[in-house]
Write a protein that binds this ligand. Structure first.
Ligand SMILES: Nc1ncnc2c1ncn2[C@@H]1O[C@H](COP(=O)(O)OP(=O)(O)OP(=O)(O)O)[C@@H](O)[C@H]1O
Length: 289
């Protein structure tokens, strides 16, 4: 599988925060969800990916090209979906099309009108009057109409009602169907990712903790419950973090297979959700990857 985006040893330093030596690959044709706590570095990573920020060190390539010599081509082939009106305030969709279309070689009017119809968006109404969901759809229409191969979204489902959220996830799944398109989006709503993501990238304090397929994550991570008698310095090494009461413990492991071998049926093993993983990883006593 080809990588659409590749970060090699990328470093970006701010006064109180840094991404250090980041290596990251985003797989072509897949939906990758980008998760991490507030301030973990998701937006910074995405801005680097769009060349809105420049790295202090390392290499970033998109479609195998670097920004220094291929910025126009990269931007032509990617779309960033905003959840708010970044377009001039009094414009309607017809005006927006008139302004944006000439900027793209691949602009496809038929596609534009098809999606407007499909998303039930009004052509003649000022975009500033659109609801958040409609603005999200507008942004998505613009990306799809220039046939963006790589679509990036910063928290696209935040603040949307559950019905529209599900509708948007269906739309995203549908636009993936031809296998050529790649989708990368950050979110705090991890259940959305359990629904549609093929890969998960998890960032914590500026470091990528994992960038694995959803199947892999679900296979490796598990919640383990048992009696505290089972814990000692050696057995605890199998856990990322352990919560204990006087008699029982609950812990997260990233090696469910090994835990099964070690503890057998002395413990209960349950599937860990992405939320469990984020919660336990936050309190981890050691760097575990
Ligand atoms: N231009 C900047 N100058 C200085 N510090 C910055 C700048 N941009 C971001 N930061 C800092 O970098 C850290 C990471 O911010 P970032 O916006 O990437 O996090 P995030 O994971 O997207 O968070 P959230 O989920 O809250 O949106 C924060 O501590 C933020 O204050």
């Amino acid at each position: 599988m080809k990588n659409i985006v590749e970060f090699k040893h990328v470093t970006k330093r701010f006064k109180d925060f840094s991404l250090e030596n980041m290596n990251l690959q985003i797989k072509q044709g897949c939906v990758t969800g980008f998760i991490g706590a507030n301030g973990a570095g998701k937006s910074t990573t995405m801005k680097l990916m769009m060349n809105l920020l420049q790295a202090d060190a390392g290499e970033i390539s998109v479609f195998g090209l670097d920004y220094a010599s291929h910025e126009k081509e990269i931007k032509e082939r990617m779309g960033f979906v905003y959840d708010r009106n970044v377009f001039y305030k009094d414009l309607n969709l017809k005006d927006l099309r008139r302004i944006v279309a000439p900027a793209y070689k691949n602009w496809n009017d038929e596609q534009f009108y098809d999606y407007i119809k499909k998303f039930e968006l009004p052509l003649n109404k000022a975009i500033k009057t659109f609801s958040k969901g409609m603005q999200m759809k507008t942004s998505l229409v613009m990306a799809l109409s220039h046939d963006a191969e790589f679509i990036m979204m910063d928290e696209p489902t935040a603040g949307l009602d559950p019905v529209f959220r599900r509708e948007l996830l269906d739309i995203l799944q549908n636009i993936m169907e031809n296998g050529k398109r790649t989708l990368f989006f950050s979110t705090h709503i991890t259940s959305d990712l359990e629904r549609i993501a093929d890969y998960i990238t998890f960032i914590q304090k500026g470091k990528i903790l994992f960038n694995d397929s959803m199947d892999d994550v679900q296979e490796r991570y598990a919640l383990v419950k048992g009696s505290t008698d089972l814990l000692n310095r050696d057995t605890e090494k199998n856990f990322i973090k352990v919560d204990r009461s006087s008699t029982e413990f609950q812990a997260l492991t990233n090696d469910a297979r090994k835990v099964r071998i070690i503890f057998g049926d002395q413990v209960e093993i349950e599937e860990a959700t992405l939320e469990d993983i984020m919660f336990y990883a936050k309190g981890a006593s050691h760097q575990y990857v």
